[in-house]
Structures are given as structure tokens and as C-alpha cells.
Design a protein around this ligand. Structure first.
Ligand code: MN
Length: 627
């Protein structure tokens, strides 16, 4: 961070008269999104809703971000029903959501009609405050959403993503804030998604913002680096109006400062929140118990992650990278990927690392390491980034990399969404004649494949959430549970106790199956034979996808095209008999939420296609065979 002031900052702790800090609690959205991979179910929210509603928060963040996708994809809950249930249970508190600007609650730009209908439906179903951000801080990506929220008569909270880079200064954020105020924002949010905002900078930034804009300032700071409580306090002293915190059992780690601690810290001061500490006790008890149910989703990166202070990689992204590498059985490459991330970020002009730019940078960095050559495989998203489809990069990009990524295509100049045709008509047509709600149309427009699967299962009465692993306290697990979920137990040998966690299993090959096991937190890969006999009588986890697909052979010659990573086939670009040149894309594979073009390594004629669109694929399978 370039300091814009000179010398020591003067700290003025005199509050404005009548100053009282307002609190937004994020436990029901960002708290469990950060700590439990967004898996908390509505059934664990409703029993405590009435007590939360009685606290006197400025708002409760309950929806948006990843909750929408996760509800449909994993929990098999209708996200709209969750919103209506929370609205009914909490009539006295403003309900807040996180909206990714033109990306809505997804990972790409949607057309304006989808943004508009989504906001209208969210507003009708119960959202009062829309916090809106854009990953690149490109204001053109916020304009339309801000207008739509205004049209609904709801509260706009435009945000800028705080980050640290050679092109980001405190004054550059003040300039952004002024432009967001010109857009008509009601409050203004500093979104410190990686916990990079240092305490003194927090003080200076809020002071500068208070001098430059009239809109009340709201701080959202993640705890990842361990600075958030200090930065929050300094921001309060600098004149902050509203602070995000999370109920203590869902605070700390990659989440936020604990609500109760901040309330207690300011008690009896001129910044007193006015909230009653004893009222938090039963709520904390509820969340403490609820969290245990989701232990399988706990991230490995707990406590304070000092590394982020140098790598600037947000906690959510760290756990995603680790999960991607574990899927590839390449967790030992984590160090290389962490070193590659800042290089890719520089090549891309220093985008803040937040959804979706964190996925774009993270996946590209992972590919650069796994393929052994930087930018050998370029994701569709990386290409689209350099084409300007996500907006304007904050700083200059690496021209060579950009040219390689974009090829013959010309970058777009105007507002990225201007090139998009309306997307609702297709969703409306698809659902015509079926008994579907207006909300279903929006779900389909946002996540077509996942929504179709959800509707289909709902119609058949087969909506089943992914299974939860039994609580670790329940004692050692028997072998037949291995394929369902991670397990966790202690083994004592000669008086020494080892903590064993089975964190995943690989593909069975030649009668042996690799298991990834943590022993006292060190990851080991073991090839288990004896256990194989036990497993032989156990059915494999059910396969999704096309049952009738031909068995895929192992790749054995250059014309056997395989995916470098497990994923799902989004598009088959060739047909039997087609002639392809070396480097021509043959398939688009979705992996790690990114679309990757799979190029042909050699020239040839397509002899056999082993995949259909929608199939799940693994790295050791031939997907397309060339002659
Ligand atoms: Mn957040």
C-alpha cells in the first residue's frame, strides 16, 4: 500500500456527537460461507431467527454470494423458499444480501434483463439492503444493478473491493467512493474480502472517506490475517458508521470479527452499540451446536493465516486451491501454485482477488503449474478476461499473455453487458406450460444445468441434500462408510496417540486404492490393499451422468485425448469423422467452476467419441480418440 499521507497519522478519537456504532451480523451468510463452505441449512437458521430478530441489528446478511448456488447444487433447497422463510421469521430487521453486480449470484456476466428480474424477485421475496460489488471495481458493472434496486425502492449499498497492489492507493479508493456516491448509493461499503486492511490504513481510509462522501460508511473485513478486530476498532475511531461482525461461533478464521467481542469492546464508550450482551448467549449456543453438524466442511486453514499478508490470497481461495489440487492428487504442488498466483495476478493487471476474479486467477495459476508450462492451457475465463468481458483491469496487463489468450479476437471497449442479448426469454420458453414460479425462471436463467437437475428431482420428489458425515465424537467409523464421507478418529499405539483423518480417496486401480490420510495434520498418501477386501462388498458411490456411455479406455497414444483434470463436459466441439488440427479445441470441460478448452495434441480424424455433454470425466480416461 502506498501511503498517501506523510509521517505518523494523527489519531483523533473524539466521536461526532450522538455517534453510535451500528452492527450487521453476517453469520447466516458470510459466516458459514467462509467457515463451512456455505453449507448451513435453513433448518439450522429458523430456530434462532426470532432471537436474532430481537437483537436490534442495523441489518442481518442472510442471502446472496454463494448461498444461492449452494442451495440448489448441494443442499437441494430452493433458495427463494429460504428467503421467504427468513423474511417471515424476522419481520423486524432489515435483511441484506450480497449481489455480485452484473454477475448477480453467479460467476459470469448476465444480461441486464436477468439482473433486473433477479433484483425485482429478491426485493419482493424480502431483501431490504442490496450490497453490490464488482470484482474489478469497474463501476459500469454496478450501474444497472444500482438502478434496479432504486426502482424497487430498496437500500443500495455499493461497495469497492479493497486490495493491496502497486496500482491501488488509499486515494484511489476515495475516488472510487465518490463515483459510487454519484451513482446514488445510500451507504458505502469497504469490502475487505481478504483481510488485508491494516489498522492504521483502516483509520486513514475511513477518515478520508468521511471527508469526501456523505453516505454512511460500512466496513466488511475478513479475519483471515488476524487484523480485522484491530482494523474494525481503528475504523470506528476514524468515524465508521456500520460494522460487519459474525456471531462468535461463526467468527474468526476466514470469517469476521466476533459480534459479542466488538459489542463488549465498545460498551460504555461514546461508540456503544446499544446491543444487550446477555441476549447473544443463547444464540451463540445455538450456532456452536449447529457448526458441529457440518464438521466435514471445515476448512484446513483455520486460526490466523499469516501467509496472506505476503501472498494476498483470500482464505476462501486458499481452500479452493487446496481442494482443486487434492482432486488432482497434486496437493504437494500447493507451494508452487501459491507462488504462481501473484505472477498471474500481475499479468492480469492486479485484479482484486474476489469471486469471480479469484477463481479466474486461481484456476489459471493451477493450470500453469500442473501442465508444467505457463499459459499452455488457457481457460475460457482467462481469455474472456483479456477480451474485457469482465470489465477493465485495474492496472496495465501483460501484453504478451493477453495476445496469447485472445488470439484473433478483438477486446471489447464498452460496458461488458452491452454485448449480451436478453437471456430471460429462453428460460421463459423452456418452462412454458409447466407449473413453474417466476422465481424458477430466474434460477434457470442463472444456473441452467443445476436448476434443471433441481426441478427434475423436485418433480419426482427426490430432492436429497448431500449426506452429512456423522459427528467425530461418535467413535471410530467402520470401513464401509469410507466412500461416503471423510472420517476422523484417534489411534493409540504404545501410548502415543495419533489423530487420523481420512480426507479423500482416489480411483481404484489394479486392486489398490489410494487414500489421502492426515496423521497429526500431515498429509500422507497410502495405497491400501487389506481394506480392499472389506470395500469389495460395498457399492461404489452412485455415478451421475449417462449410464449408457461406452467404457472409456486409458489413454495410450498421442491421439487419445484426455482431460488434465476431473470435470464435466460442457460442450463437445467435434463429431465423428471431423478432421482436427493440432491445438484445435475438441471439448469444453467445466472444472473448478471454470470452463477449459481441451485442445487436440496432434492432428487427426475423430474416430471415437467417448463422451456426451453433461458427462463427468476423470484424467485417466480417453475422451476423444483420433486416428
Ligand atoms: Mn465476505
Amino acid at each position: 500500500m502506498k501511503k498517501s499521507g506523510k509521517g505518523k497519522p494523527g489519531i483523533d478519537v473524539t466521536p461526532a456527537p450522538g455517534k453510535k456504532l451500528l452492527i450487521t451480523d453476517v453469520a447466516l451468510r458470510d459466516g458459514h460461507q467462509s467457515l463451512l463452505a456455505t453449507r448451513m441449512r435453513t433448518e439450522d437458521m429458523l430456530p434462532i431467527a426470532q432471537k436474532l430478530d430481537a437483537i436490534g441489528y442495523w441489518s442481518l446478511e442472510v442471502w446472496g454470494g454463494a448461498t444461492f448456488d449452494t442451495c440448489l447444487r448441494f443442499l437441494k433447497e430452493d433458495p427463494w423458499e429460504r428467503l421467504r422463510a427468513l423474511r417471515a421469521a424476522m419481520p423486524n430487521t432489515k435483511l441484506q444480501m450480497l449481489l455480485r453486480g452484473q454477475n448477480v449470484v453467479g460467476y459470469r456476466h448476465y444480461a441486464d434483463d436477468v439482473v433486473e428480474r433477479f433484483i425485482e424477485r429478491s426485493s419482493t421475496n424480502g431483501i431490504d439492503v442490496f450490497r453490490i460489488f464488482d470484482a474489478l471495481n469497474d463501476i459500469r458493472n454496478l450501474e444497472h444493478a444500482v438502478r434496479c434496486v432504486k426502482d424497487q425502492g430498496k437500500h443500495v449499498e455499493a461497495s469497492f473491493c479493497y486490495t493491496v497492489s502497486p496500482v491501488h492507493t488509499l486515494d484511489s479508493f476515495v475516488d472510487l467512493a465518490k463515483r459510487l456516491e454519484d451513482l446514488g448509493t445510500d451507504t458505502l461499503c469497504i469490502k475487505d474480502m481478504a483481510g488485508l486492511l491494516a489498522p492504521m490504513d483502516a483509520y486513514q481510509l475511513v477518515r478520508k472517506l468521511k471527508a469526501a462522501v456523505k453516505a454512511p460508511i460500512h466496513l466488511h473485513s475478513h479475519y483471515t490475517s488476524g487484523m480485522a478486530s484491530m482494523s474494525s476498532l481503528m475504523a470506528v475511531l476514524g468515524g465508521l458508521d456500520i460494522l460487519d461482525t459474525s456471531m462468535s461461533p461463526l467468527a474468526g478464521g476466514t470469517s469476521h470479527p466476533p459480534t459479542e467481542t466488538m459489542v463488549a469492546a465498545l460498551r460504555g464508550t461514546p461508540y456503544d452499540t446499544g446491543l444487550q450482551l446477555p441476549r447473544f448467549i443463547p444464540i451463540a449456543e445455538h450456532f456452536r451446536t449447529a457448526r458441529k453438524k457440518y464438521h466435514q466442511f471445515e476448512s484446513d486453514f483455520t486460526g490466523v493465516d499469516a501467509e496472506i499478508l505476503t501472498s494476498q490470497i483470500p482464505g476462501g481461495m486458499l481452500s479452493n486451491l487446496a481442494a482443486q489440487l487434492a482432486e488432482q492428487s497434486a496437493l504437494e504442488k500447493m507451494r508452487d501454485v501459491l507462488e504462481e498466483v501473484p505472477r498471474v495476478r500481475k499479468d492480469m493487471g492486479y485484479p482484486p482477488l474476489v469471486t469471480p476474479s479469484s477463481q479466474i486467477v486461481g484456476s489459471q495459476a493451477t493450470l500453469n503449474v500442473l501442465t508444467g508450462e505457463r499459459y499452455k492451457v488457457i481457460t475460457t475465463e482467462t481469455k474472456n478476461y483479456f477480451l474485457g468481458y469482465y470489465g477493465k483491469p485495474p492496472g496495465p496487463v501483460n501484453k504478451e499473455v493477453a495476445a496469447r489468450a485472445t488470439g484473433d479476437e478483438r477486446p471489447v471497449k464498452g460496458r461488458p453487458a452491452d454485448r449480451l442479448e436478453p437471456e430471460l426469454p429462453a428460460a421463459i420458453t423452456e418452462l412454458a406450460g409447466k407449473s413453474m414460479s417466476p422465481e424458477d425462471v430466474v434460477s434457470l436463467a442463472l444456473f441452467p444445468a443445476i436448476a434443471r437437475e433441481f426441478f427434475d428431482q423436485r418433480e419426482k420428489g427426490e430432492l436429497k441434500p448431500e449426506p452429512l458425515a456423522p459427528a467425530p465424537e461418535a467413535g471410530p467409523k467402520v470401513a464401509h462408510e469410507l466412500h461416503l464421507a471423510p472420517i476422523d478418529f484417534n489411534v493409540t499405539v504404545h501410548g502415543e496417540t495419533y489423530h487420523i483423518q481420512v480426507s479423500g480417496s482416489g480411483r481404484k486401480e489394479e486392486g489398490r486404492k489410494p487414500y489421502y490420510i492426515r496423521i497429526n495434520d500431515k498429509l500422507e498418501e497410502v495405497q491400501l490393499e487389506p481394506i480392499q477386501e472389506v470395500l469389495a462388498g460395498v457399492p461404489e458411490a452412485p455415478e451421475t451422468g449417462d449410464k449408457a456411455k461406452p467404457k472409456r479406455p486409458k489413454p495410450s497414444k498421442p491421439g487419445d485425448i484426455a482431460s488434465p483434470m476431473p470435470g464435466r463436459v460442457v460442450k463437445v466441439l467435434v463429431a465423428k469423422g471431423d478432421k482436427v488440427k493440432a491445438d484445435d479445441p475438441v471439448l469444453i470441460i467445466e472444472a473448478m467452476k471454470m470452463e477449459n478448452r481441451l485442445p487436440s495434441p496432434v492432428a487427426g480424424t475423430v474416430a471415437t467419441l467417448y463422451v456426451h455433454e453433461g458427462d463427468d470425466v476423470k484424467p485417466d480416461e480417453t475422451l476423444v480418440q483420433l486416428e
